[in-house]
Design a protein around this ligand. Sequence first.
Ligand code: XMP
Length: 517
Amino acid sequence: MQQFAHDTVVVLDFGAQYSQLIARRVRELHVYSQIVPYTISADDLRALAPKGIIFSGGPASVGTEGSPRPDAGIFELGIPILGICYGLQVMSVMNGGAVQRPEHREYGLANLDILDVPSRLLHGVPQGSQVWMSHGDSVVKIPSGFVNTGSTPNCRYTVIEDDGRKWYGVQFHPEVVHSTDGTKILSNFVLDICRAKADWSMDSFIGQAIEDIRTKVGDRQVLCGLSGGVDSSVAAVLIHKAIGDQLVCVFVNNGLLRKGEADMVLKLFRDNFNIRLQYADAEKDFLDALAGVSEPEAKRKIIGKVFIDTFYREARKAGDVSFLAQGTLYPDVIESKSPSGGPSATIKSHHNVGGLPSDLKWELLEPLRELFKDEVRELGKELGLPDELVYRHPFPGPGLGVRCVGEVTKQRLDTLRDVDAIFIDEIRKARLYDDIWQALACLLPVKSVGVQGDERTYEEVCSLRAVTSEDAMTADWFRFPPEVLQRAANRICNEVAGVNRVLYDITSKPPGTIEWE
Ligand code: XMP
C-alpha cells in the first residue's frame, strides 16, 4: 500500500453508520482522513504511516462469536488510537478489559460528568457537555493503564484514557452534531495527541486523487456518462485532469432536459474544458417510445431502457474502454454491515447506468466515493466549474418525463420548459435559489377555464413546487414571500402559451414525494 502524501488519520471501519462522518470531521480539521476496512493487517497499516487511528463504532456485540476484531498487531504499532463506541469496547476486551450487556440499551442524549483527573482528550470540554449515546454493551472493566475521565448517569466508563500508550476511548459519538463538543474532542485527539499537521485542503485532495486515478487507469480508456448534474460533472473534470484524452464522456440528450441545458453542457465541457465528448441527440427515440404512455412507472421504465440502449450504442463507438466512471458519492454507497465481508458497495438503483448489459466488462472508477455532497461542491469550485452548475438543485435522471404528468409530448415538454425557466428565474432574481433544496414545475393533464384580454381560454394547469430538505428523504414546502409567487404566476400566464392557471404545492414529504410523476 502506498503511503499518504499528507499527515493522515485512518478510520478503521467496523461497519458503523458513521464511519464516513468521522473521516469527514477529521478532514474538517484540515487533516486527511480515509476509511480502511477493520480487516487491514498491522503491516499494511504501518505501511500507510498514519499519525493516528480511529476505531469506528459498529453494529456488532463484542461478546458475540465472530464479532469483528482488528489485527492485534495494530496495538503494537505505537500509533495513537481513539476507539469510538464499538471501537472502545473492542480495544478494551482485546487488552484485558471486559464488556457487558446491561438490561437497557442506551440511546439518546446524556450529559458528561467530567471526572476530577487530568484529561488530554477532554481538554477544554465543559462540565455537563451534551453527548449522544447509542449502545447496547458497556465497558465494565477497563484494561490496566487506563484512567476513567468521564461518565454519564447510565455508563461509568464513557471516556477512558491511557496517556502512556496514547490510547483513548469514548462510548458516545463525538462525530455527530448532537455531541456539542465532539469536534473539540476529535481535535484534541487529531491535532494535540496525534500531532497531525493541519495542512490538508480540497486542493491536496485533487493532487492525491489524480495520482490514484493515474495509477489505477494506466494507459487505458475511461468512459463517463455526463448528466449535467454536479456529481458526474465533477467526476469528469477531475478524471480529465488526471488522464486527459483517455477520458471519453457520453452525454445523452433525452429530450427531457431543462431549457438550454444541452447547450450548456456541450459548451462547458467541449469548449471550456476541452473534454472529448460524444453527444447523442436521442430526443426522437425517447419521445417516440413515450408516445401515448401516461402511467408513471411505465414512463420511467421506457426512459430507463432507451437511455441504456443509447448509452450502450455510444459506448461501443467509444472504442476500447476499460473503466466506467461514476460520480458516486458516499451517501450513494450502501455499506455492507457483514462483519466478514467488509465494506462492499451497491449503486443506487436509479443511477442511470446501473442496468447496462453485462457483456461490457468495465471496472468502476468512482473518485468521489469518499465525499459528501458539500465536499464535492467545494471540489467542483476548486476545479473551476461554474457556480451555476456546482450549486444546482438536484434533477432526476428521467428529467421532465416525471414532471410532465400524463402524456409526454414535445409540445407539452416545451411548455413545461418555459414554465420551469420562468419559475427558476424568479427564484434566482429573489435570491432564494440557495435557500431551496429543489424547485420544480409540473404540467398537469387538467384543463381549466380562464379569461385573457376579453377572451375565454381553456388551457392546462401547472403546479410549482419548492422544498427544503437535508437529504431528500423528508422535505417541507418552502415559504415564499407571496410577491415572488405572484410574479412567477403572472409571467407564466402571460408568457407561456397553453397555460392559464398556476398552483403552488404545499405538500410535505411524507406524505407527498418531491417529484409528482
Ligand atoms: P422523490 O420524488 O422520491 O425524490 O421524493 C427524492 C429525490 O430524488 C430525485 N429523484 C431521482 N433522481 N433518478 C434520479 O437521479 C430518478 O429516477 C429520480 N427520481 C427522483 C428527486 O428529484 C429528489 O431530489
